[in-house]
Design a protein around this ligand. Structure first.
Ligand code: ZN
Length: 67
């Protein structure tokens, strides 16, 4: 993982500054939330659904793949 970039909420510029944007002084935020974020409580269901659709189309995945 590279250094944690932040992104300005105001102008959209990326910066390594933690508190404020060096370009416009606006607030910065971490642009990409962690992959398994509690902000995405339905990800589990989405992935399950995707798998179901896959199996319907192509049959069960080969051994050793998937979970
Ligand atoms: Zn800015």
């Amino acid at each position: 993982m590279p250094k944690r970039l932040r992104r300005c909420k105001e102008c959209g510029e990326y910066t390594l500054q933690r508190d404020r944007c060096p370009h416009c002084g606006g607030e910065v935020e971490v642009p990409h939330p962690p992959r398994f974020s509690p902000e995405d409580p339905y990800g589990k269901y989405r992935r399950r659904l995707k798998k179901k659709v896959w199996i319907k189309k192509f049959g069960p995945p080969p051994r050793g793949e998937g979970e």
